[in-house]
Design a protein around this ligand. Structure first.
Ligand code: GDP
Ligand code: ZN
Length: 306
């Protein structure tokens, strides 16, 4: 049987097959044979041990289309980052960190702002200006009033999408709209997962039947928690600018080669910010992250030398 890993907890993997049955599986053979750790999102072949109790063994992990190291999930096509326009106001620092992390992994990102129903037009325009101009797809939705959900759904169709966002922005509400039977799917899982195991830190994959056109079994959303502790691996103060693609066209006209666009005179990037060609929100964030990366970074380097 072929299936998809929904969740992995303490050596157990919960695998859904295309007929929507969920099996609890172990993966001992896989570790020994291929030295591979199964991830949420993996396509797997399982041996069914007990059909009634829905128990199985993973015998093979199918080749990954893409690996996503952080968060540890596999076969992800894109990420949707969800923020609220207001209540809570978006943390641009967190948003840029997320964008940097995903860019580092070559994963397309759709930026989705919720709670359109309680935001002003000006607030939306500012966000559009900041993020559409640097090449991201920006979407405004209201889960509450069911606005913009159709467009979002079309972007998800046939793909596996990692859904991330800080708490309070409406992620659970959105998930419930996208996967109306999420509670049921989760309930199925919960029944199988031993009580007392901490499951909230783990990513969880949901099958979006509505967008899979019947028997295709090809649309999934992964709820990815742990959003607040984003590490920016491989990012240094010197290559940070590479994660701000909107700087690129101005950089050649900076007076100094290798200009960091922070304190140098005749900096074309700074000039473009002053002229409103580059978003001030983004530039200010760049400066904040630059400073963070410049100073001691015990948060990022756990093994800091003394
Ligand atoms: P999560 O913490 O991201 O999972 O957020 P929840 O789904 O629990 O929602 C947080 C709060 O925002 C709840 O009180 C929701 O009712 C509210 N909320 C969610 N979506 C919307 C929306 O589109 N508009 C408004 N005004 N409130 C919303
Ligand atoms: Zn410069």
């Amino acid at each position: 049987m072929r299936g998809k890993i929904l969740k992995g907890i303490a050596g157990f993997y919960y695998i859904e097959t295309s007929d929507e049955k969920i099996y609890e599986c172990k993966a001992k053979g896989i570790f020994r044979k291929d030295n591979i750790k199964p991830l949420v999102g993996d396509d797997a072949i399982i041996d069914i041990i007990d059909e009634e109790k829905r128990l199985g063994n993973i015998t093979e992990i199918l080749p990954r289309k893409s690996g996503l190291l952080r968060p540890p999930v596999a076969n992800v096509d894109q990420a949707v980052i969800l923020f609220a326009i207001v209540k809570p106001n978006p943390s641009f620092n967190l948003l840029d960190r997320f964008l940097i992390m995903m860019r580092g992994q070559n994963l397309p990102v759709i930026i989705c702002f919720n709670k359109q129903d309680i935001a002003t037009k000006e607030e939306q325009e500012e966000l559009t200006k900041a993020y559409e101009n640097c090449g991201y797809k920006v979407l405004f939705i209201s889960v509450k009033e069911e606005k913009g959900l159709g467009e979002l759904k079309e972007l998800l169709r046939g793909k596996t999408t990692a859904l991330a966002g800080p708490s309070g922005v409406g992620k659970s509400s959105l998930l419930n709209k996208l996967v109306p039977d999420a509670d049921m799917q989760t309930g199925e899982l919960r029944k199988k997962i031993e009580r007392g195991k901490n499951t909230t830190r783990h990513s969880e994959l949901f099958y979006v039947k509505e967008l899979s056109d019947g028997d295709n079994f090809n649309t999934f959303v992964i709820d990815t928690p742990g959003f607040t502790s984003l590490e920016m691996r491989d990012v240094t103060k010197d290559n940070l600018m590479e994660y701000y693609p909107e700087f690129e066209e101005y950089e050649p006209s900076c007076r100094f080669g290798g200009c960091s666009h922070i304190a140098e005179p005749d900096c074309s990037v700074k000039k473009a910010v002053e002229e409103g060609k580059i978003s001030k929100v983004r530039y200010d964030n760049y400066k904040v992250l630059y400073d963070e990366l410049k100073n001691a970074r015990p948060i990022y380097n756990k093994k800091t030398k003394r």
